[in-house]
Design a protein around this ligand. Structure first.
Ligand code: NAD
Length: 260
C-alpha cells in the first residue's frame, strides 16, 4: 500500500459518512469527500477536513445512482492522489411505505444508491488496490442488512444485498491483502433518520415522540441512538493492520438489536 493511504468515502458530506471521512483523516489518510450536489459548501467540507487533520482532502461530486459516475469517482480519486487504498461505500437513502404503495422510482433509486453503487465502486477500486498490493473495502450496511422492519422493502432488500456482496468480494480478493467487510449500525440520529420520522408518523399513525420511542428505539435494547463517531471507529478499526485477518464479516453497532 502507498505510504499515505487514500480513502474514498461515498456520501460523506453529512452524517455517518462525514464522521468516517474525519476519522480516517485523523489516521493521516488523504480523503475524498463525495456527494452528488457539488455545491461550494461540499468543497468546504473537504477543505475543513484538510485544515483540521493536516492531510490532503478533495471533494469529488458523483451521483451514486449512476453507474458511470460511481466508477468515475474512483478513477478521479486515483488520478488526484495516485491510488485508492480504502473504499467506504456509505451513500444511502431511505423511503418508508407499505410495499403495495411503494413508488417504483423510489425502489429503483434505493437499489441503485444503496446496493449497485457499491458493485461499481468496488469493481473500479479492486484493480487499483491489487496494483498497490492491498486495500480495505468497508460497506456501510445496517441492522436492516440482517433483519427486517415493515415499510422498508427496498432498503432492507438493498442492505441484505450488500451483505451478500461483501461476503462474495471478500472471497474473491482474500489472497490479495484486500479485505471487504460491512458495518451494521442500528439507529443513528443523522439527517437520514430525521427525514424518515414524518413518514413513520404517517405510516404508523403516531406522533414524533412515539415514533422515536416505539418504532426506532423500541428495537434498540440500550434505548439510545448510536453516534456517528462510534460507527466511524469501527471503520477505522477495519482499515487498520489489526484487522488484516477480518474479512467477509460484519460489525454490528446496534445496542443489541439483532441479538433479539
Ligand atoms: P445522511 O442522509 O446523513 O447522509 C447520506 C449521504 O449520502 C449524504 O452525504 C448525501 O449527500 C449522500 N448521498 C445521498 N444520495 C446520494 C447520491 N445519489 N450520490 C452520492 N451521494 C449521495 O445519511 P446517514 O444516516 O449518514 O447514512 C449513511 C449510511 O449509513 C447509509 O448507507 C445508511 O443506509 C446507513 N445507515 C444509517 C443508519 C442511521 O440510523 N442513520 C443506520 C444504519 C445504516
Amino acid at each position: 500500500m502507498s505510504a499515505t493511504r487514500t480513502a474514498v468515502v461515498t456520501g460523506s458530506t453529512s452524517g455517518i459518512g462525514l464522521a468516517i471521512a474525519r476519522a480516517l483523516a485523523a489516521q493521516s489518510c488523504n480523503v475524498v469527500v463525495n456527494s452528488f450536489s457539488d455545491r461550494p459548501e461540499d468543497h468546504e467540507v473537504a477543505a475543513e477536513i484538510s485544515r483540521a487533520h493536516k492531510v490532503e482532502a478533495a471533494y469529488i461530486g458523483a451521483d451514486m445512482s449512476k453507474p458511470a459516475e460511481c466508477r468515475a469517482l474512483v478513477a478521479k480519486a486515483a488520478e488526484r492522489f495516485g491510488s485508492v487504498d480504502i473504499l467506504v461505500n456509505n451513500a444511502g437513502i431511505q423511503h418508508v411505505a407499505p410495499v403495495e404503495e411503494f413508488p417504483v422510482e423510489k425502489w429503483d433509486a434505493i437499489i441503485a444508491i444503496n446496493l449497485s453503487s457499491a458493485f461499481h465502486t468496488i469493481a473500479a477500486a479492486i484493480p487499483l488496490m491489487k496494483r498497490e498490493g492491498g486495500g480495505r473495502i468497508v460497506n456501510i450496511a445496517s441492522a436492516h442488512g440482517l433483519v427486517a422492519s415493515p415499510f422498508k422493502s427496498a432498503y432492507v432488500a438493498a442492505k441484505h444485498g450488500i451483505m451478500g456482496l461483501t461476503k462474495t468480494v471478500a472471497l474473491e480478493i482474500a489472497r490479495d491483502h484486500i479485505t471487504c467487510n460491512a458495518v451494521c449500525p442500528g439507529y443513528v440520529l443523522t439527517p437520514l433518520v430525521e427525514a424518515q420520522i414524518p413518514d413513520q408518523m404517517k405510516a404508523n399513525n403516531m406522533d414524533r415522540d412515539t415514533v422515536v420511542r416505539e418504532v426506532m428505539l423500541d428495537r434498540q435494547p440500550t434505548k439510545e441512538f448510536v453516534t456517528v463517531e462510534q460507527v466511524a471507529a469501527a471503520v477505522t478499526y477495519l482499515c487498520s493492520e489489526a484487522a488484516a485477518q477480518v474479512n467477509g464479516t460484519h460489525i454490528s453497532i446496534d445496542g443489541g438489536w439483532v441479538a433479539q
